[in-house]
Design a protein around this ligand. Structure first.
Ligand code: NAD
Ligand code: MG
Length: 394
């Protein structure tokens, strides 16, 4: 054990979305200090082989596949290991409900909502990478956090930076939260280049290596829009006090501007293992073999305003947040459908924001309701977005 490391009992951890980019980075950190963690459950959507391999390697007690069709293959892949296998959406929720101290919520999309809520409801420490579930149902999720005493640990690099910079300062001390954005692969691209962009070009992020959906969101800057809404829920700051600044180097991960004129930032290499390590050790700091930042090597940090013309998604997200009700649920659902259509080469890159805008236009803002109503609005927005996409292709 390194000097200054906490010496408590192993932390029991569950990873929802263990085979994805965030899930694998989390497992990397755990593998570097196996004596400090005991893996309870790992989940994945379809990839039996990757899930079974991770479950065996990390000594998980339970492996869950969201897709029920893969159950037989999972049982076979885990034969002789003593690891329990389960499949289907209910099993995913049960995995999250298992008694782990710490749960990484790293499913992509609103599909992660029910399992994340299951972890929240039993008062766990929930490391939240899955921003879509907060965007979809932020009010319900926060209400359940308050009721259960769960702790939400922001993993999204911007929110993790703000969480670190805020420490225990009250929200009344904050004037603005400034989220930095890399600008994505099309920061300097012309509208014509963006109109013709292929999935491969949109996914080729200059600084971060991430799953396909969030990479496309970064390219449209809808990712920053979702993050504005995420920041609003996590830190209780209203939309006008949330600012976005493009910072192509991705070294300053976000800032808090306090009302006395001080600004605090968190800096680091653009590597998600840094915010994940912060959440994994919380409330302690753990040593982690993450890449170190050499400021002299970086030399220069630059900042510029986002371009609202080429990146309308940012304004759509602001409008949804300001509209309130379940507009953010609609925004998120339409975006998930549009991004999937773009990745399937059924929709142009610039049409992603257009589909979100058209879906939002059909939504009449009403009050935020209970979970079932949110899920119904999410489903309806998905159907409408799919119809809008189909009509565009006629
Ligand atoms: P990914 O696509 O690499 O991995 C997603 C994981 O979720 C996989 O394990 C997959 O099997 C599982 N999954 C996908 N759909 C599912 C479904 N319908 N039901 C159950 N499981 C499902 O995605 P990622 O890049 O790791 O991102 C995960 C989440 O973290 C996203 O919400 C993303 O916005 C957020 N996030 C990611 C990064 C990053 O650097 N990758 C940074 C910040 C936030
Ligand atoms: Mg982020």
């Amino acid at each position: 054990m390194a000097l200054g490391e906490p010496s408590s009992a192993p932390r029991r951890v569950t990873i929802l979305g263990a085979t994805g980019s965030i899930g694998r980075s989390t497992l990397d950190l755990i593998a570097a200090a196996p004596e400090r963690y005991q893996v309870e459950a790992l989940t994945a959507q379809h990839n039996v082989e990757a899930l079974a391999r991770a479950a065996r390697q990390h000594g998980a007690r339970l492996a869950v596949l969201a897709d029920p069709a893969g159950y037989g293959a999972l049982v076979e892949a885990l034969a002789g290991s003593g690891i329990e296998a389960a499949a289907g959406p209910a099993a995913l929720v049960e995995a999250a409900a298992r008694p782990a101290d710490w749960v990484m919520a790293a499913v992509v999309g609103a599909a992660g909502l029910r399992p994340t809520l299951a972890a929240v409801e039993r008062g766990a420490m929930v490391a939240l990478a899955n921003k879509e579930c907060l965007v979809c149902a932020g009010a319900v999720m926060l209400e359940r956090v308050r009721a259960s005493g769960a702790v939400l640990l922001p993993v999204d690099s911007e929110h993790n930076a703000i969480f670190q910079a805020l420490r225990d300062e009250p929200v009344s001390a904050v004037e603005r939260l400034i989220l930095t954005a890399s600008g994505g692969p099309f920061r300097q691209a012309s509208i014509a280049t963006m109109a013709a962009a292929t999935p491969a070009a949109a996914i080729a992020h200059p600084n971060w290596s991430m799953g396909a959906k969030i990479s496309v969101d970064s390219a449209t800057m809808m990712n920053k829009g979702l993050e504005l809404i995420e920041a609003h829920h996590l830190f209780g700051v209203p939309e006008p006090a949330l600012e976005v600044v493009v910072h192509p180097e991705s070294i300053v991960h976000s800032l808090v501007a306090f009302k006395d004129g001080s600004m605090l930032a968190q800096l680091g290499q653009p590597d998600m293992r840094i915010p994940i390590a912060h959440a994994l050790g919380w409330p302690d700091r753990i040593s982690a073999a993450t890449p170190r930042l050499d400021l002299v090597e970086v030399g220069r940090l630059t900042f510029e305003p986002p371009d609202p013309i080429r990146f309308p998604a940012l304004q759509l997200a602001r409008a949804a947040l300001a509209a309130g009700g379940m507009a953010a649920t609609v925004l998120n659902a339409a975006n998930e459908v549009a991004v999937a259509a773009f990745l399937a080469e059924q929709l142009g890159f610039l049409a992603i924001a257009a589909v979100v805008e058209a879906t939002l236009a059909a939504y009449q803002p009403g009050p935020v309701e209970a979970l079932d109503a949110i899920v119904a609005v999410d489903g309806e927005a998905r159907r409408q977005a799919a119809e809008i996409i189909a009509a565009r292709r006629l």
